[in-house]
Design a protein around this ligand. Structure first.
Ligand SMILES: Cc1cc2nc3c(=O)[nH]c(=O)nc-3n(C[C@H](O)[C@H](O)[C@H](O)COP(=O)(O)OP(=O)(O)OC[C@H]3O[C@@H](n4cnc5c(N)ncnc54)[C@H](O)[C@@H]3O)c2cc1C
Length: 193
């Protein structure tokens, strides 16, 4: 495959979760400009939805080395490596500071709704490898924009596409019919709302 002749364009990262932010930190470490596009209102939007749940992993396994390198000059201190944070702690004490350190390289309230190659469509296919990516973004206020990218990293996660309850990756018999009584999330039973 021929590398696109677009080194000046950013690498667009879809999602400011733990994976997307770590990918951005690694890109910065290698001198490549990332642009993280996050659908939610803040970094770690999916993790914040289960803020009340304690992780089974300790902090020592939850901080990416490249991210820590980026955070160090900001005065950030790594939490107790043996402690187990909640989702809320992970978001507030690591993901948000990391997004802040990345600064304008992170855009929130911006959902990626399509990825293509410039000038190529279902009829015009030749030379795709040499064309930059076009990333279609729809903002929370409904406005749209298109970004050009030298590469795209999909770190959008699986939170909004949960696996079915049935085995073999298929819905259990009757699962669809009971959809209004099934939650695939982790409800906070202490939350009166
Ligand atoms: C209750 C619970 C406990 C867990 N405990 C642990 C643990 O102890 N240890 C462990 O290693 N893992 C744990 N996990 C798993 C871990 O949280 C996930 O592996 C991790 O969050 C994946 O990170 P991610 O960045 O890939 O995806 P996500 O965290 O899902 O982040 C994806 C981001 O992309 C954004 N996004 C999605 N679609 C778009 C789009 N089209 N455009 C723009 N942005 C988009 C989302 O808003 C989100 O912010 C746990 C998960 C859950 C649910």
């Amino acid at each position: 495959m021929t590398a696109p002749a677009t080194p000046e364009l950013p690498v667009v990262v879809i999602g400011a979760g733990p994976t997307g932010l770590a990918a951005a930190a690694h890109l910065v470490d290698r001198g490549i400009e990332p642009l993280v596009v996050e659908a939610g209102p803040a970094a770690g939007a999916a993790v914040r939805e289960w803020a009340h749940v304690r992780l089974f992993s300790p902090w020592s396994e939850l901080v990416d080395p490249a991210a820590e390198k980026l955070l160090a000059p900001t005065g950030w201190t790594r939490p107790d490596p043996s402690a187990h944070p909640s989702g809320g702690d992970w978001a507030e004490r690591y993901l948000q500071p990391l997004a802040d350190a990345l600064g304008e390289r992170v855009r929130t309230g911006a959902r990626v709704t399509g990825v293509s190659r410039a000038g190529r469509d279902r009829l015009v296919d030749a030379g795709r490898d040499t064309q930059p990516f076009v990333v279609h973004v729809t903002r929370t206020d409904g406005t749209e924009e298109r970004l050009l990218a030298r590469a795209v990293i999909d770190a959008s996660g699986t939170w909004t596409t949960p696996g079915p309850a049935g085995g073999s990756g298929l819905p259990a018999l009757g699962e669809r019919a009971a959809a209004d009584r099934v939650t695939y999330r982790v409800p906070d039973l202490d939350d009166p709302a």
